[in-house]
Each structure stands twice: as structure tokens, then as C-alpha cells.
Design a binder for this molecule. Sequence first.
Ligand code: M6R
Length: 612
Amino acid sequence: MCGIFGYIGQNTNIELGLNALKRLEYRGYDSAGAAWFNDEKKEIFYIKKTGRIKSLEEEINKSVFPKIGNPFIFHTRWASHGGITDANAHPHYDCHKNIFLVHNGIVENYRVLKQRLSEEGHKFYSDTDTEIIAHLIEKFFKGNLEEAVMSALKLIEGTYALVVISQKDPNKIVAARKSSPLLIGVGEKENILASDASAVIGRTKKVVYLNDDEVAVLTPNDFNIFNLDNIKKEKVIDEIDWDLEEAQKGGYKHFMLKEIMEEPEAIQNAILGRLIEDDGNVKLGGLDSVESRLRNIEKLFLIGCGTASFASQVGEYMIEEYAGIPCEFDIGSELRYRKPILDKKTAAIFVSQSGETADTLATLKEFKNKGLLTLGITNVVGSSQARETDAGVYTRSGPEIAVASTKAFIGQLTTLILFTVYLGRQREMSLVMGKRIVSELVKLPDLANQILKTDSEIRRLAEKYKKYHNFFFIGRKYNYPIALEGALKLKEISYLHAEGTAGGELKHGPLALIDENVPTIAICPSDSVYEKMISNIQEIKARKGLVLAIATEGNEEIKKIVDDVIYIPKTLEMLTPILTTIPLHLFAYHIADLLGRDIDKPKNLAKSVTIE
Ligand code: M6R
């Protein structure tokens, strides 16, 4: 979740680094810093500051330092070890301020290393684990920076995306990666390092993704990649297809609103070129290499964190019902510590927008080590998850900038429907059923657009409900995970307390909290559990609870029971989660906006959770 930008090339104005850092702001951070080598003075200058990038910019501008330099490194920090202070911000440096580095990740054995280095006479000035790396490099430095970095990394247990410069070997940047994203932007007479492609777009579209245990050495005209034993490796240059324009707000007040408005497009992009209507089937090129293995699997795990875990849970229900495969959904941060019963006929689908979520990736590695088939549903192309899974399908939702995941969730749900048809048609799913799902999928973007047209009505409801401090979201079957999603979204961006629960669980405890001050959002489309949901709503009404229902259009009966209704168009039961989610995203957005929250960057949260 920290951001890295490193540059070496013909540009010597360090403002370039500040601008790039601003494009990484969405990742969430609490402090920022920069270091740059000034050739005239033969010295590295640095500034570190808590707060927004603006504060760093002001510090740089008012400093007496030359603002000219090359190479330079910039960083946004999201505190993990050590409090939010200027000293703990990156870059960190060694005893003699010769070596400067920025780091994303965690040095797990830093206590032992710090003790050892202290005994050897190293002086520390911060509470961070990162600083250890600078001192280790110092210890091994004999004039060649990459060799010292390689020696240091051999002693480090943990994760890193690391970018290092030294005033004693100043004509290069050295970088390394282990379980934390890092890429090289290959430009004209310049090379860039970044934790995220959005920091390099605008300057170059050519990128090289670093893999674990690789060390990169960049000069203005060249880059080379080595393993930790200094053996050179060949790398392929990829082309990224996101431009800067796509990553901007497009006229909306917030990225989140723009991204909700892109939900129909997210469905469209996910299904584009993948439906075979006549065969009632789908074509998922990313699964070609594992097609026959998938025919033989007997159990499927679906794994994600946060919103992606809710998509996984919907996927569990869909695949179980329509493909007949026993499924188990779990959250990455739990499954990795359990001892699930696995055999070679088990496969796992990992669901993640960023493809960099640490707990999901850790579970993925565990499954891979056990020789299981691993599949990914990922949005970010070239991300760790996309590269580490055996095969997978991209959601193609486009860049998602707001911390709250919206269109990416819709993309995940849509892709899981495709998976369901793919796996089902490999098994018992009939042609008729396949055709039915596929033909309903085709209609879905239009149905989603119809819901977006009710935006002003949802805003009006948000006005009414914004005064409450506690909410329940209830749903059953396919819409139980959507109740969890609705509640998470509301609490995440509005800071109001919201709890998602299965309708049937209400009377097992939560009902005790229901009164006229605790509204419930009840997701009750006309499906196989509708009557049960109505019973739950009656239980709430009997206790004077206010109910806002999400119901299927044409259902006039519900108006007599609840206080307010948002209608969604009719579709197959299995597809309703996509449609019921959209009003919940808008509802959360409008309440947060009316309360004046920092919607795109909610407090305490980051877009990509790359630490455990
Ligand atoms: O990038 P991922 O999809 O793996 O992220 C998983 C969660 O961190 C993410 O969905 C989080 O819950 C969002 N902030 C929810 O809006």
C-alpha cells in the first residue's frame, strides 16, 4: 500500500517525482519522502514529511537544497513498524548517509538484525524495520551497489519492493522485489521504477514486471536484471493499455461515483468476446491450458479478502448450484492459518482486484506449494496474483482508484458467472440452462444502466437515512454476501456502523438491537427465498424498525410492508447479486457524500493491502 517511484534519465527536475507520487496517492499513505543525487555537489539530498504529498512539496520548495538531481527516489509510507513520524518516513539511510532507499514490505527478522548491527557499531535514527536494510547494504558496500544489495537481501526474511541509490555509486538505481509489486518503466533515455503502473503511464507504456528474488540495475539508457547470485536474467517488455485519461475522474465528484457509474461497462467488458450463445457456453482463453485438469477437479476453494471475499462467497453458491462442484469459500487471512483437507483433485480460485493482497497471495503460495491447481480472477494485469496462478481470467474492469471497491466487485461477480457456466458445461449443466444464463448475461449491462438512472431517488433516500448511526443489511442465499458488501461499503466510506447478516440469523441475536433508531436495508428480490425474507422484514417491523427494501420491479405488495423501496429489474436468481449491489453502492456513496466524508481515501484504509 506504500508507493514507490524511482527515476534515472535525462530529466533532472525532481518535480517529476512529486507528480508521479501524486498518481500513487490513491493507495493510501500517512507520510511521504524523497532523496535525490545532485551531481554538482556530489551529494544526496533528502526530505521526509508526515501528511500529504503537498506537505512534502512545500518542504522541498522552502528548502535551500538544489532541486536538481538524478537519480531520485520518492515514496509514500503507510505505517507498519514505527509510528507516523518524519524520521520513520522513507527514504531511509545508513550511518554515513551514503545509501538511501525506499521500501514496501516488512523485514520480519529486523529485531535480530538490528541487534547484530548495533553491536557492530551502526547507529539507528528511526523505529522502522526498513532502516535495517540501509545499514546492511552499508556493511556490504565495497564500491558496487548491486553487489552490496544482493548480499544484504540474503540476510533478510520478509517481503520487499526496494529501490536504492548511493552517492558512492551514483550513476545507477538498484531495485529488488520479493512479494511486493515493483515494475520498471522503460522510456526514452530514461528508466523508471514504480510500485504501480499508474506512476509511469504518461511517460511510458513499456513495462517490465520484476519477479520475486530479482534485482534490477537501471542506468539512463539500460536496465539489467539479475538473481540474488548476480546471474543475469532475460526479461520481456510488456505494453500496458491504461492511459492517464482512464485513471482520472472523468467529471465526477469522486472516483468512487465514477467507478459505480462504470459498473454496466464492467459487466460488458467482462463478457466481451467470451459468450458462445448458441452453445450456451463461454470461452475463457485464460483457462485453455488447464481445461482438462478442470474437468477432473472434485473440490473448489474460492478465496479473497474484503469485498473480493464476498464475490468469492457468491461464487461458492453459484458454482455449487449450477456446476455441481463442492465449493468452500474462505477469506485469505483465515484459510492460510487453517489446515484444509486438500488433495490433487482440489483447485482454488483466488479473487482479487489488485492481485497484490498479501493474505490472498500467501494462501495462493501455500496451495501452489502443495501442488494444487491455482486459478485467478484478477483485475490488475501483470499483478503478482495474475503471474503466480497456473491460469486465470481477467475481470477487465479497468483501473479502480477509489479505495472502496465497486466496479471491480461487479467485474468479479460477472467473471464468476462465466466460471460457473464454464465449469457447469464441462459437467451436468444442460444446453438449455447454459443458454438461459448466457442470454440473461447479455441483457445485464442494460439492466444495470436502468438502476443507475434511479440515482437521484437513491440520493433522496440517502438524505433521509443519513441521520442514523447504526444500520443492518440483511439478505439470504445469493444476496447474503451482498448484505455483507452493502454493510462494508457503508461503514468503509461513511464511518457509520453497519452490520451485514443473513436474514435467518436475525432472531439468533441481532434482533435485540432493532428499534426505530436502527434501520435495516433488506435485499429481497423475487427469488426462491423471497417469502423467508418477508418473514424477516415482518420481525423487524414488529419491533418498529425502519426498512428500506431492494425489491424486484412489479412487486407492489412490498410497498405496503416496508418504509421505502428501491426497485431492480428482473433477472435470473443467480444474477441478482450484480443488480442488488448497484443501489447499495450508490446508497453508501450518497450517505458518505452528504456527510462530507473523504470518500476516495477513507481514513485508516488503503487501496491495496500488501501487508498481512
Ligand atoms: O485488491 P483486492 O480485491 O484483493 O482487495 C481486497 C480488499 O482489500 C478490498 O476489497 C477491500 O475490502 C475494499 N476496500 C472494499 O471496498
